[in-house]
Ligand binder design. Sequence first.
Ligand code: ARG
Ligand code: ZN
Length: 471
Amino acid sequence: MHRRFIVPSALAASLLLAIPASAAEGTAGAPGIGDPYYPASGNGGYDVSHYDLRLKYQPATDLLEGTATILATTTQELSRFDLDFGLDVSEVRVNGKKAEYARSGDQELEITPAAALAKGKAVSVVVRYAGKPSELKINGWTSWARTPDGAVAAQEPDSAVWWFPSNDHPLDKATYDISVSVPDGTQAISNGVLQSQSSKLGWTRFNWRAGKPQATYLTTLAIGRFDITTDTTSDGLPVVNAYSKDLGANGGAARASIERTTEVAEWLTEVFGPYPFDALGGYSPNVKSGFALETQTRPFYSPKQFANGANVSVVVHELAHQWYGDSVSVKGWKDIWINEGFARYSQWLWSEKEGEGTAQELADYTYAQHPADDAFWTVKPGDPGPDNQFDAAVYDRGALAIQALRNKVGDETFFELLKGWPAEHAYGNASVADFVTYAERVSGRPLADFFDTWLYQPTRPQAPAAAAAHS
Ligand code: ARG
Ligand code: ZN
């Protein structure tokens, strides 16, 4: 661009900042997908359909080497676009041709193809990379957990940036082929179906396929020495469970819990409708952390979950997420109640079925545990903020809200709501606001004030009393 008039230099500089330096820069994809909780998460300008990851991991050194091939469609003209990724990159190709790339911040890989990409076109991106994910700090930490015999990638809301380049937000789901080579005697566990495994030159390669749309944070990888059990459900789906050989005293309880996966999924199918994926399972690696995560088709369970004996309840929670969270995913991270409120409530339903206390009894108990002045009530489950995304209130007040809804609309409508939601939004994304609209439509009742009280006010609502049922 040529300027035909002279301006003072400070003003000129600010104009240069405000006006794109070239037409090309005007068509750069946004560095974030637009989630106010995590502005850097995801990117603009394209939609990924498939990730093909071909990886090699050496537990002794934590060196991860790989090539990612990403298939996407552009949603705008793109002179440049970002992937979310932290490891060192040695080559990027776009549609087969070498592309320029640069770093911006901890987790943005800016890619400039040889020529701008037109809108609405298929694009392939190949990224070659290597690095030690345990040494890679993004936002000051690494979610990659090394174990004595391997490593685990399982975290929420992000884990992908430490091990593969992606459009790292639940709004952009894709299918995956994940092929991982590890030293003989070590296994690699991931999502979906194990297509094949083979060994040569001292390395064993595991080829996993996740054939249904999957969010990046639900994509998992665990390397280590595992005992693996396999089975087939009565519907013909493969079940693969994996237990670290190093679970110590928790090993029996881990197996006694995770081996209940098929039974729990069958029961959840009665409550939520058809199981949405093509494989089942769970894995427990020898990590030190204490949490569990609904990694798609194959949840992750820290051994600490089984420190007191079998914990089928956590299996219920993570499997409930396969419908509420994995098949139907959040539109933005503020919608986390859709995941955690319903997963917690499913644990109450399991207790009710097992004769260990009805959901109403558990709601009464939970409510009574938090007096009106408890800070618990200041967290709004419908918009908790990034720091409180996994606060107890999102889970427990979230489940109280669901019991209150059950009492308000009655069991028949309530269970219709529970089953209809995963059917209506299968493999998609939905928000808390979408749920409110949906519940009003299905129940034929105005519920906006009700949900406002339960999900958006920083104060304790009235107890969800059973007496209110059918009123
Ligand atoms: N969605 C997970 C669950 O089902 C929560 C994981 C939270 N992350 C963590 N590091 N605690 O409970
Ligand atoms: Zn959960």
